[in-house]
Design a protein around this ligand. Structure first.
Ligand SMILES: *Cc1c(COP(=O)(O)O)cnc(C)c1O
Length: 235
């Protein structure tokens, strides 16, 4: 069988470099960080994009993240974007760049403990539930405030809170999505004012995926997490 190398990029696994470059350019122009979501894609696919200059990659499973990280250049910044179980924090605590999905005080306490053991300060975002669907993950605004006001949080020295993350409803209704992103932005600003005044690290608003990243950027996102537009076969 003859394989035309020109068609390799069309496979399900490899990134679509042209589409990637367009998205990257758009994000750069807006001053937004692009996290390329490489879940279910091979280490080879990540490497191909890394060679194009992409440094930030997102994964939603601990096992997959640590497997890929172990075989790839240490310059890659790995983002944990999926639900994180406490008993798995230890597998990524020595190297993960940013955890987007902190949704409980118990999880944050475990991250504090593991970061301390690894001699690191771990950057984290709180995941906020903004979608209409009753999802399992993400904090409410009051749940977030409860954590921020706890004595346990006040005593943590190895976690650094860099902002908030949220996922909009799965709906074609762009006004609904916009409303949800706008609400998260508002909460972000309130929380910054109330709890992180003068803290330059609290600056990230991780919102926007393949279908809604332009909307998210219009509503103030500083970090988008894009998978299928970069790696997927469809336009
Ligand atoms: C998969 C995933 C993404 C990327 O989704 P796409 O629609 O493929 O861009 C973003 N954020 C989280 C938390 C994800 O699990």
């Amino acid at each position: 069988m003859i394989i035309n190398p020109g068609n390799l990029n069309e496979s399900f696994d490899m990134p679509n470099v042209e589409r990637y470059k367009n998205i990257k350019e758009y994000c750069d122009r807006q001053g937004v960080t692009l996290v390329a979501v490489s879940k279910t894609k091979s280490a080879k696919a990540v490497e191909a994009l890394y060679k194009e200059g992409q440094l930030d990659f997102g994964e939603n499973k601990v096992q997959e993240l640590s497997n890929k990280a172990s075989g790839l250049p240490p310059g890659i910044r790995w983002h944990m974007i999926g639900h994180l179980q406490r008993n798995k924090v230890k597998y990524i605590a020595s190297f993960v760049h940013l955890i987007h999905s902190v949704d409980s005080l118990r999880l944050l306490k475990e991250i504090e403990k593991r970061a301390k053991a690894a001699g690191r300060i771990q950057d984290c975002l709180f995941e906020i539930h903004i979608a209409k669907e009753p999802g399992k993950f993400g904090l409410s605004a009051s749940g977030l405030r409860e954590i921020l006001e706890s004595e346990e949080f006040a005593n943590m020295e190895h976690v650094r809170i860099c902002g908030l993350m949220g996922m909009a409803s799965l709906t074609p209704d762009s006004e609904e999505i916009r409303k949800e992103f706008r609400g998260l932005r508002k909460l972000f600003e309130e929380i910054r004012e109330e709890y992180f005044k003068g803290d330059a690290h609290f600056k990230e608003l991780s919102m926007g995926m393949t279908t809604d990243y332009r909307l998210a950027i219009e509503e103030g996102s500083t970090m988008v997490r894009i998978g299928s537009a970069i790696f997927g076969p469809r336009a």
